[in-house]
Design a protein around this ligand. Structure first.
Ligand code: COA
Length: 435
């Protein structure tokens, strides 16, 4: 029998030595959130800072570490990030003109990688090797399988704080070119502040969710507040892109037991997890959660197989036709499409399913209405008027799917902040959509 420990030690190196193997012009790939490799990236940034590298590109999705190549533009041209879905660092860098962005539906990323990309190295953070020589990819499956298939080398960063997902992706030590050990507590999302508006919206949506429903919760305070409003429900299931803290809470209080799901009964299904240590502890060695590739998890034809599928996502603005922008404020880049459309479509195709796009009626201290006559020039339309189902604010619900432009405009104006309703009505009449 192979001595995996010997193989492991033969590949073990330091982040600095590994970074010295990287050559100018390389493309590196990393998967979402906690799959990313902070020690390897810092060592690379140091080399780039010493002018030893040029033209190195690193693909990321939802960066959760303060990567130097996103922090400011001093490494630009030497080491640049390319984001599939921006959060903090990448958002700043894309707007600053020193990082690039690849528009995509999250479910399509594995296919896009297989069709269009090659990687000089796939860098991934893993939990410690088991006795059979396998590393668990811990909290993320997403597009790792696809990147692995298109990578010339695999660099793993072993972190003892990474949970071991028994129903998630694994990499064998024989597939790995180099190993770096870097034990550091995992980044955590700060707990979401549940303000009055989020709680009101959460409760409005919760009223629409029957016992036995299967839920997806997106990114942001409102999806989280809705999760917390579901604690009195029974027999809920989870089929989601991102596994969140409110989901662990729903499992702990018994509202979720996954018993009524048509596919993966008894199990929560996700493609990555990110939140607090409570989530990471829940995942560790737990066969009740399956962390699977995003081209399966986010496929609307898979999502819709669970009856009463409910998706809850956030947005930045919506126009009177029901076009939803969740990615930019005008031309200012904020985010990516992620799985929003995947879940809107999957939920709407599910028997008894519903999709909710929810947000507070105003932004910037009440000075801006998020319901607008037209999207702000330059805004990205994330969910189209043909896909949208329910829009929710603290003033109520608007059901747009199957409804005419005039019906949509009336319903949306009724849930806009009262300070903006006259102006919205005036604009709607001017455009002839208030018949
Ligand atoms: N005009 C101007 N500014 C606006 C605005 C508007 N219409 N709407 C929001 N903002 C500002 C907020 O004031 C806030 O500014 P701040 O950072 O200075 O406080 C910022 O934009 C973020 O808004 P907020 O409402 O707090 O965002 P959020 O954290 O709830 O996230 C999305 C909302 C849309 C960015 C987030 O859900 C997302 O990334 N979606 C992507 C697509 C998706 O839904 N994917 C599903 C994933 S699982």
């Amino acid at each position: 029998m192979t001595n995996y420990s010997e193989l492991y030690h033969s590949k073990l190196t330091t982040a600095a030595e590994l970074a010295s193997r990287v050559e100018s012009g390389w493309t590196l790939g990393m998967d979402a959130a906690l799959a990313q490799t902070p020690a390897i990236m810092s060592a690379l940034a140091e080399r780039a800072g010493r002018d030893e590298l040029s033209g190195v590109k690193v693909q990321t999705l939802l960066d959760v570490y303060p990567f130097e190549f996103y922090a400011d533009n001093v490494l630009s041209g030497k080491l640049n990030g390319v984001s599939w879905f921006s959060s903090g660092g990448a958002r700043k860098a894309v707007n600053g003109g020193y990082a690039d962005f690849i528009p995509s539906y999250y479910r399509d990323i594995p296919g896009l990688i297989r069709s269009f990309y090659e990687y000089d190295a796939f860098c991934v953070s893993v939990s410690p090797m088991d006795k059979h020589g396998y590393f668990s990819l811990a909290t993320t499956s997403s597009y790792s399988q696809a990147m692995l298939g298109k990578a010339r080398r695999v660099f793993v960063e072993v972190n003892k704080y990474q949970p071991r997902a028994v129903c998630g992706m694994q990499i064998h030590v024989s597939q790995v070119d180099a190993i770096v050990e870097h034990d550091a507590p995992l980044p955590e999302l700060p707990p979401v502040k549940l303000d009055e508006v989020s709680v009101t919206i959460g409760n409005l949506i919760a009223e629409q969710i029957p016992d036995g429903a299967c839920i997806q919760l997106g990114i942001g305070a409102i999806p989280d507040a809705t999760g917390m409003a579901l604690k009195a429900k029974h027999d809920l299931g989870i089929h989601t892109e991102m596994f969140t803290d409110s989901m662990v809470e729903l499992l702990a209080c018994g509202a979720v037991n996954n018993s009524k799901k048509q596919i993966h009964p008894g199990k929560s299904v996700t493609t990555f997890a990110y939140g607090s240590k409570r989530i990471y502890d829940y995942i560790d060695d737990n066969p009740a959660i399956e962390i699977l590739p995003v081209d399966y998890v986010n496929d609307p034809n898979v999502i819709c197989q669970n009856d009463n599928m409910i998706s809850i996502n956030a947005a930045l603005e919506v126009d009177l036709w029901g076009q939803v922008c969740a990615e930019s404020v005008g031309t200012k880049h904020m985010s990516g499409s992620g799985g929003q459309i995947d879940y809107v479509r999957g939920a709407c195709q599910s028997k008894g399913g519903k999709s909710f796009i929810a947000f507070s009626s105003t932004a910037k201290g009440g000075t801006i209405s998020k319901i607008k006559p037209i999207l702000t020039p330059g805004a990205v339309c994330t969910t189209s008027k043909n896909d949208v189902d329910y829009i929710v604010t603290e003033y109520g619900l608007a059901h747009l799917r199957g409804h005419s432009l005039a019906q949509r405009a009336k319903q949306l104006i009724a849930i806009a902040h009262p300070d903006f309703r006259d102006e919205l009505t005036f604009e709607a009449k001017k455009r002839g959509i208030m018949i």
